[in-house]
Design a protein around this ligand. Structure first.
Ligand code: PLP
Length: 409
């Protein structure tokens, strides 16, 4: 008899987005004339920029020609993209990396989910709360998260991020083996300053902690003082793996491309005390379980680093950030407490009068015909908040703000 991985059975079904869809559908059926606006979408809506489209067309033409056809590429990705990444995403920020420290992937979800393959099953985990659910669920799948008790996993340290601590968690007073940080943050839309990030790197260096730094939204940072990469902090190469994604940066949610940085200096221990290079292990893992990102996607990603590509993706990001501004201002005008949305495409809103996330969701749907995402769906500390995203259409954002104003004023 083949036996299943029992750890999968510990995972509760994730009903967040299906529950939202069910509620919205019920509302639409009972209110057929209503026009519901969704500010809950986590997917981009603007098309690929012309520079990317042109590069991908050219790559398809190469694949169609006997002389330029390409089959399997390197599991780690093509050098042309790794070099463009180093030159554009890191060198201008004073971060020096080698191509062999960059692993091109099909996106940050796979890599943040799979990175645990190279780490022992009994490391302790620390996460900020609320959180992008992949970090915890992928650890549950290999037994690293322990058991679920009262909505929390026994081997996971939850670090609450709320308005009280300005959404930057306190440095833990205990040792944790692996800590996940995500800035700019999904779902709160908040960022971390260089000073705060320095404290985390110091903690990791002092406690021999490995930081998983998810920088999927770094392209949305507007404030020049905010770090785009943890490697801007001295010593971080010794303690951190960093994840990047072109999904939101360049509309690649359907194209699929991202990358992960595993510095050569980064090591983790064996019980014997011996130190092992994580770059070596991740390389080995990728060569066994991953066959590379499509050549066409990688040529598309390379094109965002050309002068035209840079300008074009910036325009799209500004489009979304303008939506975020409209929403921030609209929500503040009606007296709501609003966080994030200045350096990230997410806006985190405190529900008024201590209402639960779901109650406020229902009221917003029925009274204003606007859909949000209940904050509690991202973890216990998300209770009492809702998340709005800036990925929609500007006219819809304006109309949604008019409706919320009419409803709440
Ligand atoms: N990391 C965070 C914080 C995200 O919010 C997302 C997507 O929503 C991802 C990673 C996944 O990105 P990708 O599309 O590159 O897999």
């Amino acid at each position: 008899m083949a036996l299943v991985n029992e750890h999968f059975l510990k995972l509760p079904d994730n009903y967040l987005f299906s529950d939202i869809a069910k509620k919205v559908n019920t509302f639409k059926v009972t209110h057929p004339k209503s026009n519901v606006i969704s500010l809950g979408i986590g997917d981009v809506t603007r098309p690929l920029c012309p520079a990317v489209v042109e590069a991908m067309h050219k790559a398809v033409d190469e694949m169609a020609n006997q002389k330029t056809f390409r089959g399997y590429g390197p599991e780690q990705g093509y050098d042309f993209l790794a070099e463009a990444i180093i030159k554009n995403d890191f060198a201008p920020r004073g971060v020096h990396l080698e191509a062999s420290e960059i692993f091109i992937s099909d996106g940050a979800k796979s890599d943040t989910g799979n990175i645990g393959d190279i780490l022992r099953h009994d490391n302790s985990i620390g996460v900020t709360d609320p959180i992008y659910p992949v970090y915890i669920d992928s650890n549950v799948m290999c037994g690293r998260a322990g058991i679920l008790e009262d909505g929390k996993w026994s081997n996971v340290v939850y670090m609450p991020c709320t308005s009280e601590n300005n959404f930057v968690p306190a440095i833990p007073d205990q040792r944790i083996d692996i800590i996940y940080l995500c800035y700019p943050n999904n779902p709160t839309g908040t960022v971390i300053s260089k000073e705060e990030l320095k404290k985390w790197v110091h903690y990791a260096l002092t406690n021999d902690t490995l930081i998983m730094y998810d920088a999927a939204y770094e392209a949305f940072i507007q404030d020049p003082a905010i770090p785009h990469s943890i490697y801007e902090i001295k010593g971080a190469k010794k303690v951190a793996i960093e994840f990047h994604s072109y999904s939101k940066t360049a509309g690649f949610t359907g194209v699929r491309c991202g990358y992960t940085v595993v510095p050569k200096e980064l090591t983790a221990g064996r019980l014997t005390g011996e130190r092992i290079s994580l770059n070596r292990l991740w390389n080995r893992r990728q060569c066994t379980k991953f066959n590379g990102t499509s050549y066409i996607s990688q040529r598309g990603a390379e094109a965002i680093y050309t002068p035209e590509g840079k300008m074009q993706i910036k325009e799209t990001i500004q489009y979304y950030m303008n939506n975020a501004r409209i929403m921030r201002e609209g929500l503040k005008d009606v007296g709501l407490q609003v966080y994030g949305g200045e350096n990230a495409p997410y806006i985190w809103v405190k529900t008024p009068n201590g209402k639960s996330s779901w109650k406020f969701f229902d009221e917003m749907l029925y009274e204003a015909n606007v859909v949000c995402t209940p904050g509690v769906g991202f973890g216990p500390s998300g209770e009492g908040y809702i998340r709005l995203t800036a990925f929609g259409d500007t006219d819809n954002c304006k109309e949604a703000m008019r409706r919320l104003s009419k409803w709440l004023k």
